[in-house]
Design a protein around this ligand. Structure first.
Ligand code: ADP
Ligand code: MG
Length: 322
């Protein structure tokens, strides 16, 4: 879930450290590992969705580009959240983990303290003592400390992947990016053409067929078989956006088996009309929303009460993003 992703950049130690009560309980573990046999550092916390659909082309393209080295950015269509950038990055890491014997470092670029998170990763996952001063006693800047981390990466050889999830401001990251070819950088971002030097893979909405496949995985084959037309309409209505499909799919899945997809559509439509009425009578600011966007907003109003806290977080994120 997006919300969890933005806050979970490390393991259990991370939280303890954040609160200023960091106890080095890694020590025992790391001391028990034979030098040179230590697993590559990896802080990926997310298992990814069990219902992953489509994106095979993008996964292959991503692999090809990252194998050639350099920096690759994933971008979403028209900056819309929920299209599946983070999910694609997770699936990529899961599928191609073994291309990275130098380790995997997942960082939320949304947080302002990206540099501090890189230093922290080196401390927690590579057991590095990052120097605070140079040999003359001059204090090292955060940028210099980050540079030191890239240079002293453990293991000392092997390609490593750095994921910067949800980059909004490339300028704030640029100083901290690694320069050596062994570090490959994968960014996700809502912006297109974030930087002319970045190679971008534009991530589009799902195809109608993939959307239907996702809905089927969420609400069950029986429901879709019984109401094929309504199922297709529902996908269209949600603009083939993974996040919308997931919100609505989970909502329907909780309903009794006789609950109809057509009913869902009707309720969404009613909710959209209500939203539009509210927007017209207020500032009118949302009139420029695309069909998919207003569809998602309607779905979100409707299912708010029924969502799990994690899904509420996604919905809230989407609302803030758009
Ligand atoms: N290809 C996909 N197949 C199935 N579910 C997906 C897919 N892409 C995204 N999702 C789901 O949709 C939701 C939004 O995806 P996310 O990657 O967080 O979007 P973004 O990072 O673009 O805002 C997540 O719950 C995710 O699991
Ligand atoms: Mg994301």
């Amino acid at each position: 879930m997006s919300g969890d992703r933005t806050t979970n950049t490390g393991g259990g130690n991370y939280n303890e450290r954040i609160e200023g009560h960091y106890i080095d309980n890694r020590q025992t573990y790391i001391n028990n590992v034979t030098p040179g046999k230590q697993n590559p550092p990896n802080n990926l916390q997310f298992s990814g969705t069990a219902n992953f659909v489509g994106r095979q082309y993008e996964l292959t393209l991503l692999r090809d580009r990252l194998q050639l080295a350099g920096t690759v950015a994933l971008t979403a269509v028209a900056g819309m959240g929920g299209v599946g950038k983070t999910e694609l990055a997770i699936q990529y890491v899961k599928k191609y983990e073994y291309d990275y014997p130098g380790g995997i470092c997942w960082l939320s670029a949304r947080e302002s303290d990206l540099a501090a998170n890189i230093v922290q990763f080196a401390q927690l996952y590579m057991n590095l003592e990052v120097p605070q001063q140079d040999f003359r006693g001059r204090a090292l800047s955060l940028t210099e400390q980050v540079e030191w981390c890239w240079q002293h990466w453990q293991p000392p050889e092997g390609v490593a992947l750095i994921i910067l999830d949800d980059v909004t401001d490339i300028a704030s990251c640029r100083d901290f990016l690694p320069k050596a070819n062994r570090h490959r950088v994968l960014m996700t971002t809502r912006w297109r053409n974030l930087n002319p030097n970045l190679e971008e893979i534009s991530l589009d909405l799902l195809s109608p067929q993939e959307a239907l496949q996702l809905l089927t995985a969420l609400v069950g084959n029986k429901r879709v078989q019984k109401e094929q037309l309504a199922a297709q309409e529902l996908c269209e209505w949600l603009g083939y956006l993974p996040l919308g499909l997931e919100l609505v799919g989970r909502y329907v899945a909780k309903k009794p088996p006789n609950y109809k997809l057509a009913q869902m559509l009707e309720r969404l439509e009613a909710q959209r009309l209500e939203n539009e009425a509210i927007n017209r009578s207020s500032s009118g600011m949302q009139q420029s929303l695309s069909t998919a966007q207003s569809g998602i907003l309607a779905a979100f109003e409707l299912s708010w009460q029924k969502l799990t806290p994690a899904t509420q977080l996604i919905a809230a994120l989407l609302r803030n993003e758009d």
